[in-house]
Design a protein around this ligand. Structure first.
Ligand code: BES
Ligand code: ZN
Length: 620
């Protein structure tokens, strides 16, 4: 009887445990097309990293300890890895666990299979990265701003976290983490976590991220970095020689945080700091929680690119807080963030300022769609992407960012700002620290908003926006009276009423100039460009946004006198957004391509792997 009773009790308990686990694991019931991992069965909930930075060999080595939630009966954990050297896996009793690596894919890497014992809920993986680790860039002193010390930084989005930490590299898997990082004495180390503000003599730092985050938000940087506070909860990290300039440029950070919190709820990540990286950083910014990574190309001494901070800050809600379930739903991260960025910018800098940015973005979006049409890529102009089997980087275009943003503007217009903001507030609140796919968003939108009003529902035209190609007719084209002034000047010029010298550009901001160059480029010929270069000295400007537009146009119109400046630019900046338009114009002629290849051969030594891959794809 007793045995029978015990058996029944144990079975019931098992049953209960099974049910509890099932509840937890149900959270992830779909396959992520870009991950080998199996979070439907076993899921990482917490990670302890212990890594040493080897500045000579350019490797990280040490271990990661993973806490696991298991679905009853599941015994094989599958992790994502790429180019990692695994030296052993054990449980907390120090028993070695059986593991093996699967077949290698150039983009997705290799699955790491680990056989767990029944009681194994915490495992230790000893490993190291390789010197050519795709996420990490090791810079020598020459490649930094101050040119005195080496520098290291990571870029994990979209699927590069697996190249420096074995993990479930799927955005829907969220975990907390701690880390111990040992770097060179005298250097600072920073992560997407609680961060030190002062250099420690021994070079050993500890970190904690107590809110759950996705693997693509794991981040690390180290070098001779200093800190300056900007507000009560925010500040700047940069190389010492860059610190004051960066602090001036981003002085309005606290105001942005306050405005953002007023719009969509309390800032949930404690501090918000920005790390200004050396110029090779392949992106404008990366929303690593608590510590945005930013390109120095936004330090322009006129605060004209501070929308980048608004953007990365906005990700603290859209992206880091409520995360796209897979990279097919990327617009839920970037479209929402671009919309939110717009709202912050409007609040801090006023409507006329933001309307200029909207018009610039709209024109870019139309151009992108036209180009994608030409390249037979119209399927990728849908908001909901299908990136199965492809590098999620393929989804990185104006579509997610600006078609996404204008879709949300369209919804805002239909339901009115008050209702819309109310909806967004509850959207963020009710999905806090979770994830969302496009279909889930549509269901929530219908249920909370559109089903309440049949006129709204009809006008919203959701399926055309999300599953249709290109821009729907219902999209509202933004206008800017500031930029209309620029149009007038251009008309006067092209109709011959005004000569270049007499064009009135007084009071022009970077956005006016940018618009001027782009619209000029639609009609100009080589002799007009040559004249404008003499008068406006565009080839010698220091603002990277203007340089990029002007250089790409110069190449297109076969103006070659500024090739030395273009070469310097391509050698000093690694931000992909600036490299691609210039290299791709060059690649269109055989002379240009030859020249581009020669420049790239040298310049690529200073680029992050993300940029190297994109540029070589283009030149091949
Ligand atoms: N999260 C992105 C950068 C990213 C996207 C990296 C996909 C890797 C894969 C970041 O928030 C971003 O959008 N950066 C922009 C900044 C801009 C829109 C202000 C960039 O880098 O240009
Ligand atoms: Zn973004």
């Amino acid at each position: 009887m007793l045995v029978l009773l015990l058996t029944v009790i144990v079975t019931c308990q098992n049953e209960k445990k099974y049910k509890d686990d099932e509840k937890k694991i149900k959270l992830i019931s779909f396959d992520d097309p870009h991950s080998y991992s199996n979070p439907q069965k076993i899921r990482i909930t917490h990670m302890d990293l212990d890594l040493k930075i080897d500045w000579k060999a350019h490797i990280l080595s040490g271990k990661v300890t993973l806490n696991l939630d298991k679905y009853a009966g599941a015994d094989t954990l599958i992790l994502d890895t790429r180019q990692l050297i695994i030296s052993g896996v054990s449980n907390t009793n120090n028993d070695s666990l059986t593991y093996w690596l699967g077949k290698t894919d150039a983009v997705f890497g290799q699955p790491l299979y680990i056989v767990l014992g029944k009681k194994d809920h915490r495992i230790i993986i000893n490993y190291q990265t390789q010197p050519n680790c795709p996420a990490l860039q090791w810079l020598n002193a020459e490649q930094t701003h101050d040119k005195t010390d080496e520098f290291l930084y990571s870029q994990s989005q979209a699927i590069l976290a697996r190249t420096w930490v074995p993990c479930q590299d799927a955005p829907a898997v969220k975990f907390t983490y701690t880390a111990k990082i040992t770097t060179k004495p005298g250097y600072l180390a920073l992560m997407s976590a609680t961060n030190p503000q002062k250099i420690k003599a021994d070079g050993v730092y500890t970190f904690e991220m107590e809110q759950p985050i996705s693997s693509y938000l794991l981040a690390l940087s180290s070098g001779k970095i200093s800190f300056k506070a900007l507000g009560k909860n925010c500040g700047i990290y940069a190389e010492p020689g860059m610190l004051d300039k960066a602090a001036w440029e981003f002085a309005e950070m606290q105001k942005m945080i306050d405005e953002a919190s007023k719009l969509y709820g309390t800032y949930m990540w404690n501090r918000y700091d920005v790390l200004v990286l050396p110029p090779s950083f392949p992106f404008g910014g990366m929303e690593n929680p608590r510590l945005t990574f930013a390109t120095p190309t936004v330090i322009t001494s006129d605060r004209s690119q501070v929308s980048l901070i608004a953007h990365e800050l906005a990700h603290s809600w859209s992206g880091n807080f409520v995360t796209n379930a897979t990279w097919n739903d990327f617009w839920l991260n970037e479209g929402f963030t671009n919309y939110f960025e717009q709202r912050i910018m409007e609040k801090v800098y006023g409507k006329p300022y933001d309307q200029m940015r909207q018009v610039l973005a709209w024109n870019d979006l139309e151009k992108t769609i036209a180009e994608m049409k030409q390249d037979g890529l119209m399927a990728d102009t849908k908001l909901k992407l299908n990136l199965q089997g492809r590098d999620p980087d393929d989804g990185l275009s104006d579509i997610a960012y600006d078609k996404g943003r204008f879709f949300l503007c369209h919804l805002e217009k239909i339901v009115g700002k008050t209702q819309w903001d109310h909806f967004l507030n509850s959207y963020f609140k009710s999905h806090a620290f979770g994830f969302m796919d496009t279909e889930g968003f549509i269901a929530y939108l219908n249920q909370e908003l559109l089903d309440k009003n049949s006129k709204w529902k009809k006008e919203a035209n959701i399926s055309e926006w999300i599953y249709g190609e290109g821009l729907p007719k219902s999209a509202i084209k933004p206008v800017s009276s500031e930029l209309n002034k620029v149009d007038k000047i251009l008309n006067a010029y092209f109709s011959g009423t005004l000569k270049t010298e007499s064009l009135d550009t007084s009071g022009f901001t970077t956005h006016h100039w940018q618009y001027l160059i782009r619209q000029f480029g639609l009609k100009a010929n080589l002799s007009q460009l040559t004249e404008w270069d003499k008068v406006f000295k565009f080839s010698d400007r220091s603002n990277a946004e203007l340089c990029c537009d002007w250089y790409a146009l110069s190449v297109r119109l076969k103006f070659t006198q500024n090739r030395p400046q273009i070469e310097t630019f391509l050698n000093s900046v690694g931000r992909r957004k600036f490299l691609m338009p210039i290299y791709s114009e060059l690649a269109k002629s055989s002379e240009g391509k030859k020249w581009a290849n020669a420049v790239f051969l040298n310049a690529k030594k200073g680029y992050h792997s993300v940029s190297v891959n994109s540029v070589s794809g283009l030149l091949n």
